[in-house]
Design a protein around this ligand. Structure first.
Ligand code: ZN
Length: 196
């Protein structure tokens, strides 16, 4: 199908490389969200989805970039769970944010990230702990390599906040986080399809 959009989803880390709070790992949270997101996109139709990993094993950043470029991805979405190292602030720091490259980003990255942040925020209007910390810019390797036409790294929320963590680790939480990202991808790609 000509209209099909290719989405490369990159669940961060794997194989114990991500953050860990108690027995809960970032590797598994972002994998859970990514698997549901892939399912939602495929169920919707019009998307060809590739996952950087579908289990708890490590995949290097360079092979993710290579794979996404070979796939000719329209969208590259890296999914992570945030943390910080100020234990006295665990309860006061929370919320989601998303990164684009600080120098190489273009209008597509900017529009993609805006759609993701607003759809994810809309999914969680009832949940003050899921607050929107907004768009950030950084020189992350994955974003610098431009693996797709539009490239975003999304931080779902902070694992260091105990209430957030239990939500992020629950099936309902993971479904709703995926749903928010799905709606963002859908509104952005619908816009692309209209233009084409
Ligand atoms: Zn991470």
């Amino acid at each position: 199908m000509e209209d099909t959009k290719r989405i490369y989803i990159s669940p961060g880390h794997g194989g114990g490389h991500g953050k860990r709070v108690g027995r809960i790992t970032e590797d598994n949270i972002v994998l859970g969200v990514s698997l549901i997101l892939k399912h939602l996109l495929e169920e919707q139709g019009g998307y060809d989805v590739m996952l950087a990993r579908d289990g708890d094993y490590y995949v290097s950043l360079s092979s993710r970039v290579k794979e996404s470029k070979k796939f000719k991805a329209d969208l590259f979405l890296a999914i992570h769970a945030n943390s910080h190292s100020y234990p006295d602030k665990n309860n006061s720091i929370f919320g989601f944010e998303a990164f684009i490259h600080d120098e190489l980003s273009d209008s597509r990255d900017n529009i993609f990230v805006a759609h993701l942040l607003s759809a994810y925020g809309a999914e969680f209007e009832d949940k003050p702990l899921m607050r929107n910390r907004g768009k950030k810019e950084n020189n992350f390797y994955l974003l610098r390599q431009r693996p797709a036409k539009a490239n975003v790294l999304f931080e779902l929320n902070f694992m260091t906040n105990p209430m957030v963590l239990s939500f992020m680790n629950s099936s309902l939480g993971q479904f709703r986080m995926s749903k928010g990202l799905f709606e963002g991808i859908k509104t952005y790609t619908n816009k692309l399809k209209k233009k084409a």
